[in-house]
Design a protein around this ligand. Structure first.
Ligand SMILES: [Zn+2]
Length: 346
């Protein structure tokens, strides 16, 4: 097991599933009135478990249980107790959707019985950068004074605004690449025992789950789970029904992400079980793909026309999607995140 200096407790909930305003109109409720922990039956042998607005899932078979994303130690401890009481079966597999610490933590709770599985790119993504590693290309866009660190004023308008102090672990007033890496990737995670590349399947107790690598999207190590018996997919962070990506566009890959969403539509499924928010349908996958296509096309055209990041934020309004959950919280970040990704990658 890997050890890092910063406690994973500091990091949980900081990355993909930020809790903002109320969502009673979407049936989500606010963060305050949502269950902290809950198990819901999805369909067939599939169940979802939650910590507020973050979700993992599991499949129950006669020979044991397959868990997707144990999430964190608190969640996994609660889940193990529930699984023991309800089913009396061991967790035989833990599958990771991707390496981010708000999904891939907590595996130690099941380490005595489970085999851990993830995409091969998790191997590099779970390696902490050296303390003096240089800023990456995106981060260099923020580094106005060119000193190799991101000061609070440089973090304004970035995903690290508002959490600066918690990330600046050496309290030198500037964020290094390694300190920013900790936010989403640090902590203590049980690494996969088995890595796969393009496609894999696991069969346990007559139940088969397929692991599909859909290319680069929210990360370059994302696995899409397919449960053929239930015509269900489990998609995390790159496809969230009825909601734009939150800060998930930062660190994402464009235009690769679009191709990933197009590939989802070619699969045979009825139900989307997402890593955040509530389940959806094929129509939600189509809507997400259209949103992302229009977003990337508008930002690409704006860059070609010489517009700045702020000018794009002011003009790429995406009004056709203002019914989506937290649209008004995320639109500007989505525009800015795609802009910075395309600029940094040129
Ligand atoms: Zn993520």
């Amino acid at each position: 097991m890997r050890k890092n200096t910063l406690s994973s407790a500091l990091l949980i909930g900081s990355a993909c599933g930020l809790i903002h305003s109320t969502h009673a109109q979407q049936g989500l409720g606010s963060g305050e009135d949502l269950p902290r922990h809950e198990i819901t039956h999805l369909t067939g042998d599939l169940y979802r478990f939650r910590q507020i607005r973050d979700f993992g899932m599991f499949a129950v078979t006669p020979d044991g249980i397959i868990v997707v994303d144990p999430m964190n130690s608190e969640m996994a401890t609660w889940l193990k107790t529930q699984l023991d009481e309800r089913f009396g079966l061991p967790v035989k597999y833990v599958i990771y959707s991707h390496h981010h610490n708000d999904h891939a933590s907590g595996g130690e709770i099941f380490a005595d019985t489970a085999t851990f599985v993830g995409h091969e790119n998790m191997r590099k993504n779970m390696q902490a950068p050296a303390a003096d590693a240089p800023l990456n290309r995106r981060q260099r866009l923020w580094d106005a004074n060119g000193d190799g660190l991101i000061q609070p004023e440089e973090a304004a308008g970035t995903p690290h605004q508002g959490v600066f102090a918690s990330l600046d672990t050496n309290a030198d007033g500037g964020l290094s690449h390694a300190e920013m890496w900790m936010r989403r990737s640090g902590g203590e995670q049980v690494p996969p025992d088995i890595y796969y590349a393009d496609k894999a399947s696991i069969t346990l107790g007559g139940k088969t789950v397929e692991l599909h690598y859909m290319g680069r999207n929210h990360t370059d190590d994302t696995t899409l789970l397919v449960f053929p018996d239930e015509r269900t997919i489990h998609a995390v962070d790159f496809l969230t029904p009825k909601r734009p990506p939150a800060y998930d566009v930062y660190g994402g890959f464009f235009p690769d992400w679009l191709e990933s969403l197009r590939r989802v539509e070619k699969l045979d499924f009825d139900i989307i079980s997402p890593g955040h928010e509530l389940p959806g349908t094929r129509a939600d996958a189509i809507e997400q793909r259209r949103y992302m296509e229009e977003l990337v096309a508008a930002v690409t055209a704006g860059i070609a026309a010489g517009l700045t990041k702020q000018e794009l934020i002011d003009t790429v309004l995406m009004e056709d999607y203002d019914h989506m959950i937290e649209f008004h919280e995320h639109r500007a970040d989505n525009v800015g995140g795609v802009y910075e990704t395309l600029i940094a990658d040129r």
